[in-house]
Design a protein around this ligand. Structure first.
Ligand code: G1P
Ligand code: ZN
Length: 544
């Protein structure tokens, strides 16, 4: 067995996006493509000699193949030890948990989150640092720079590791420990929540729940924790067997794609609680009997009820939300007298705030919620948090949500996505908006005066790093907001996201249909951006 230095030439498209590098499987299958990116990552990460790495992924097609390559490259790059999930499986939150628990140098997570999988689907790879969170922009930029200059990569010619067999194996001088994918994560959950109270809720009385794993990575985690450890009846977890193509589905837990669960939760005989998670297990959707809880509201409600949960019984240090996420959480932070942070889109921007204990809970409108227990968003954690609150409160999801609105007001909120837009058209739409920014403040639309219009720029309060061009914001004196940004995770053309929010303090007006309540703002958002003229669309592809 030997370490080989393989000569290669750069690919020009290896710039990590919102969450690592995501491309079609066929792009990753090009000779040297994966290897170039992995070597660029190791180069950017710093000295790997004698270090420990964690490797795992969401089980999608190409997961196991990529892991064998990464292990051989890790050995040739000097790593002395690797923790890898059995059969190559680690949900994104579990990977973050394992990195932290075993104090690894970092981890490589193979996932394209909720993007469709399979031979013709998407694949993705990202690097997490020793705090368990996604690498900050300083490192992702360095990865890209390395990828543009790369001339060779290092790889061992050892044979494949048996990823199915638990325990330690040797790979060219590096030890590889295949670990149970669920155990460490499940132990962490037990340490955060009142499992006794949740078990009572699930096993005594009439409470019923459903969890949709969408044939993706959360299946084994949810089955072990909800059914085996907490006693929920068998069958509580549906679509619980992970498949390499996610059953041809689109494992994005929202009202459009989790249609089986949504149909049940909005039926006459709906369970009391419903939830779903995405491809790699970091997203969550929360539903009650005939009610959907927006992710922005969920963050605010969890924050307002956090002291009911053992892990947060002493209160929160602060709450952080991504810029497009509704301002509902800010109202809770204000009432609690704690810090509220507004960061650019992407979990990597929460890392510093969590490390510095400036935030305990974080959330994004894109079905992401999490806390300082790890450095990724965490789907099952959010589900257990809700269950813990329900177990203590003994009220329905609907009751809890409505009471929250009464107390804090309701932030009506929607996101309209226009997918697969030709990139040039999307760019010209954003430019058209950019050109108007200076003139918008002070203008009135439907009696609503624009108070600010800008392209969001963020200065990290911990390390003072600056991230610019993070989305166009148009804010009104009423607190209403319209936000536009282009997705950084798509693999085909561009995706335009339009986020629309309006605050309603009046209890008598808090129970309208969201799209109706926001109709005037939605129309304004379309006309300011000239959506129909500039990208030729009359309706969004997906509404969440
Ligand atoms: C999307 C979401 C963002 C999330 C990311 C990774 O990114 O909008 O909140 O952090 O996926 O799950 P986008 O495609 O908008 O860049
Ligand atoms: Zn995900």
């Amino acid at each position: 067995m030997a370490f080989n230095k393989v000569t290669t030439t750069p690919f020009d498209d290896q710039k990590p996006g919102t969450s690592g590098l995501r491309k079609k499987v066929t792009v990753f299958q090009q000779p040297h493509y994966l290897e170039n990116f992995v070597q660029s990552t190791f180069n950017a990460a710093g000295n790997c000699q004698g270090k420990t790495l964690v490797v795992g992924g969401d089980g999608r097609y190409y997961n196991a193949t990529a892991i064998q390559t990464i292990l051989k490259m890790a050995a040739a790059n000097g790593f002395s030890h690797v923790w890898v999930g059995q059969n190559g499986i680690l949900s994104t939150p579990a990977a973050s948990c394992v990195i932290r628990r075993y104090q690894a140098f970092g981890g490589i997570i193979l996932s394209a989150s909720h993007n469709p999988a399979g031979v013709d689907g998407d694949f993705g790879i990202k690097f997490n640092i020793s705090n368990g969170g996604p690498a900050p922009e300083s490192i992702t930029n360095a990865i890209f720079t390395n990828s543009q200059q790369i001339e060779q990569y290092q790889i061992s010619d050892a044979s494949d590791i048996d990823l199915g067999q638990l325990g330690t194996q040797q790979l060219d001088g590096m030890s590889v420990q295949v670990i149970d994918s669920v155990a460490d994560y499940a132990e962490l959950m037990q340490s955060l929540f009142d499992f006794t109270a949740i078990r009572d809720l699930l096993t005594q009385g009439t409470f019923r729940m459903r969890f949709d794993a969408m044939h993706a990575v959360t299946g084994p985690y949810a089955t072990e924790i909800l059914e085996n450890q907490l006693g929920a009846p068998k069958g509580t977890v549906i679509n619980g067997v992970p498949l390499p193509d996610f059953g041809q589905g689109h494992p994005d837990p929202n009202l459009t794609y989790a249609e089986e669960l949504v149909a049940e939760m909005f039926s006459a005989n709906a369970p009391d609680f419903g939830a779903a998670s995405d491809g790699d297990g970091d997203r969550n959707m929360i539903l009650g009997d005939n009610i959907f809880v927006t992710p922005s509201d969920s963050l605010a409600i969890l924050a307002a009820n956090a002291t009911l949960v053992p892990a947060y019984k002493n209160g929160l240090s602060g709450i952080a939300r991504s810029m497009p996420t509704s301002q509902a959480a800010d109202r809770v932070a204000e009432k609690l007298g704690i810090e509220a942070h507004e960061t650019p889109t992407g979990w990597k921007f929460f890392g510093n705030l969590l490390d510095a204990d400036r935030a305990t809970l974080c959330g994004e409108e894109s079905f992401g919620t999490g806390s300082n227990h790890i450095r990724e968003k965490d789907g099952l954690w959010a589900v257990l948090f809700w269950l813990n609150v329900l177990a203590v409160e003994k009220r329905s999801v609907e009751d809890i949500v409505h009471q929250h609105w009464q107390e804090f007001g309701r932030n009506y909120y929607t996101r309209h996505d226009y997918e697969a837009v030709p990139s040039e058209q999307a760019q010209s739409l954003m430019q058209h908006l950019q050109n108007q920014l200076a003139d918008l403040p002070g203008k009135q639309f439907n009696g609503n005066t624009v108070s600010y219009a800008d392209n969001f720029s963020y200065t990290d309060p911990v390390d003072q790093s600056v991230s610019e061009n993070q989305g166009i914001r148009i804010g009104f004196e009423s607190g209403d907001r319209i936000i536009y940004r282009l997705s950084g995770t798509g693999t085909e053309g561009a995706t335009l996201r339009v986020y629309i929010e309006s605050y309603e303090a009046d209890q008598n007006k808090q129970h309208q249909d969201t799209q109706l309540a926001l109709a005037a703002l939605i129309e304004l958002a379309g006309s300011l951006a000239m959506i129909t003229d500039l990208i030729g669309r009359t309706a969004p592809t997906v509404i969440t």
